[in-house]
Every structure is written in C-alpha cells, then in structure tokens.
Design a protein. Structure first.
Length: 409
C-alpha cells in the first residue's frame, strides 16, 4: 500500500515540476545550511582541540611575578622570582605533578653559512619535551647530561630549520648563536600556532645551563632564576587542586606572608583552552539553530503547496473515495507526497551542504569538519518536517465528503 502511494505521489509531483522544485528549495537550503554551518563550528572545535594538544595536555605554567618601583607596577616577569630549585621542589613535593621543567627564553640572531634568522632561543631541561608533549622528529633530544655539562647542542623548530637549511638535513651542522658555535642535534616535530597566534616552531632549544652561561646570561640577583616552569599534571589528577598545591608550595618557599600577594603567576592553559572549546561549541549550536530556521520555512512551504494540491485535486479525491478508497488511504497518499518532497529535498540538500563545506574550506581557508551525526540529524529533521507539515493537508484531504468533492468545480 505504501509503495502504491509512493508511485502515485511521484506521478503527482511530476505533473508540476517547477512547483515541486520550488517547494523542495526551502528544505534543500535548510539541510545544506545546517550541514555547512555545523561543519564550520566543528572545525573550530577541532582547531581548539589541536591547540590544547600542541601546548601539552594538563599543563600549568609558572611565571615570574611583578615588582613595584616607587608605586609603579612594572608588570609580569619584571621580578625574577621563579628558580630551578622551585621546579625541583614542585616535582618532588606535589604528588599530582608528573614533571616540572624550568626554562629561560630570549631572542637572538642565528647564523648558518651566509644565511641568518632572528628567532627565539629557549634554554630547557630534559623534562621540557615530556611536559610539552613535543617529540623529536630527527636526531636526539636534550638529555640530562647535556644540562649537567653545559654542552653546546641545539634542537631546531621546523620554521627555524626551514629558514636556515631549506630542505637540507640540519643534523650535525654548526650554527652560531651570538657568535657561539652550536651543533644541531635534533629537529623537533611540527607544533603549529598557539592559541594566541604565536608560531611555536620558530624556536631553537639549547640546554638550560648552556643558555645561561653562553647565550642569555644569568640574573645578577639570582643565578638559579628562570623565566618559567612548565608543569605537567598526571592525567587522572584534578588540575584545580594541583594548581592550589603548587601555589601554596611556592608561597611557602618564597616566604610570603598571608597578607602578601603572590610574587609569581600560575596559568592553567588547559582551563583557558577548554573555555575556548566551550565557546566554539556554543557557536556551533548557534549556527545550527540559525540554519534550522530555513528548514522551518521550507516546511511551511510544503504545507502551503500541499493545501493548494488538496484544493486542486478535490474531484480526484472524491472519485477515489467513490470507488472504495478509505479515508486512511487518502491520508497516506498525501502524507507520502509531503514526506517524498521533504526527503528528496533532504538528499539534494546533503549534497549541497557537503559541497558548500568543502568550498568554505578551500576558498575561505577556514577548517571545516563534516560530522556524520550532523548529516543524519539534518536528513532526519527534513523527514520529520515532511510528516509534521504534511499531516494537516493530508488529514484535510481524508476528511472530504465524497459527494461534495465530486460536485467541486
């Protein structure tokens, strides 16, 4: 019976092809808009997730604090309060901490042959790469013996390597940082941009002790001071609780009184980026809601056309009832027509949505991710639209009086 109703529905839809196409247009645009907009939002979420991964999972950064001079606050990092000993104490005394890696950062001109490049120079320990989840692509990482012996080796980020060596192999080559020769020991994997747009691959890593003695210099106030400590928290531990324990430990080590402000800064990067991820989710839902309005408009169009169709085919309905068709047969026929309109529009809309998503990716250079659940949801919603908005015209048709219908002109 349903198959017969489907054949009748397709035959009826072919009679007015232009009207059928215009009726499906609303559903097509709605489904395509939902798929394209959700893919844009999902792409934004994926980008944030990549940024979280690139920074290192479960990461807290400890930074030196600010100082006051004649009532003027000089800002973050103006007072070198964080030390290598703080990092050792954090790793030793806070159970939730996996590793705590001190580091110091500066900028310098790097020379290789007749090429040079201005980049960030970062002195690190062996634990830094574990803290930041940053593997070495080629060569070897910085080891503890390199830090102990202040060896003159360097690890290059991908951007720096490309600008100094192009496609050539940098391993074993000699570069000069502030006229000091360093041997390239490794090439790091690509990290990409950070959440705030910084190219993380534009960097050279050297042992922390070497950086202090040969490149960046040491603080006259405290030779053990560092610019920051990258603290990786164990996967199953509570980040907020770990941050509180680290803060208490540093305040104790720095002999701060309860009324005194912290002389350091703690940044929970995972928390910051997870907030961005939540924001991108809200954006996805908002885009999908806006696009869904098109589906609603398309459903109203279907109901309008089906009501017109009922009026035009009143005599046909009367004839069918006169030869034995029941009310539910008429109801099924018109409901199948509405659902068929909606489903055909949904299928074409899916194709348009996938194409539009790829076009946004290619032309606007905005990353998009096609979510199968979004496609299924949009298609299911289009079927539901057909049933919901087709039911009233179908019910109206099924309740026509056969005699009055046959008299209709």
């Amino acid at each position: 019976m349903v198959l017969q109703a489907l054949r009748i529905a397709l035959r009826s839809l072919k009679v007015n092809k232009l009207r059928t196409a215009l009726t499906m247009l609303g559903i097509m645009i709605g489904v395509a808009a939902v798929i394209a907009m959700v893919s844009v939002g999902t792409g934004a979420q994926a980008r944030v997730a990549e940024q979280i991964q690139s920074l290192g999972s479960n990461l807290i950064i400890a930074l030196s604090g600010s100082t006051n001079q004649a009532g003027v606050r000089l800002g973050q990092g103006s007072q070198t309060t964080i030390t290598e000993d703080d990092a050792s104490a954090i790793a030793r005394e806070v159970p939730a901490v996996q590793v705590a890696a001190p580091s110091s950062r500066g900028n310098a001109q790097v020379v290789y042959g007749n090429l040079n490049w201005s980049t960030a120079i970062q002195g690190v320990t062996a634990d830094y790469f574990e803290a930041r989840d940053w593997p070495v692509d080629v060569g070897r990482p910085i080891l503890q013996e390199d830090v102990d012996g202040a060896t003159k080796i360097a690890l290059l980020g991908q951007t720096t390597a490309q600008n100094l060596f192009g496609d050539a192999d940098p391993i074993g080559q000699i570069i000069r940082i502030k006229k000091v020769p360093f041997t390239v020991a490794g090439l790091l994997s690509r990290k990409g941009q950070s959440a705030w747009g910084q190219d993380q691959d534009d960097v050279i890593f050297v042992p922390l002790s070497t950086a202090k003695k040969k490149v960046l210099g040491v603080s006259q106030a405290n030779a053990r001071s560092v610019g920051s400590i990258s603290i990786k928290i164990r996967p199953d531990e509570n980040m907020t609780e770990a941050e509180t324990q680290i803060r208490e430990l540093l305040r104790q080590r720095h002999r701060l009184q309860p009324a005194q402000d912290d002389d350091f800064w703690l940044r929970n990067l995972s928390e910051v980026l997870q907030t961005q991820e939540e924001s991108s989710k809200v954006m996805t839902y908002l885009l999908a809601a806006i696009a869904s309005v098109s589906l609603l408009v398309g459903g109203i169009g279907i109901m309008n056309i089906m009501l017109v169709s009922v009026t035009e085919r009143t005599r046909e309905i009367g004839l069918r009832m006169a030869v034995g068709a029941r009310s539910r047969d008429i109801l099924t026929q018109f409901l199948v027509e509405a659902v068929t309109l909606s489903l055909i529009g949904g299928v074409i809309g899916i194709a348009l949505g996938v194409g539009g998503s790829n076009a946004i990716n290619a032309l606007a250079e905005w990353r998009t991710v096609l979510a199968p659940e979004a496609i299924l949801l949009a298609f299911g919603f289009s079927a539901a639209i057909g049933i919901f908005f087709g039911f009233y015209p179908a019910r109206k048709a099924s309740r026509l009086d056969p005699i009055e219908a046959l008299r209709y002109e």
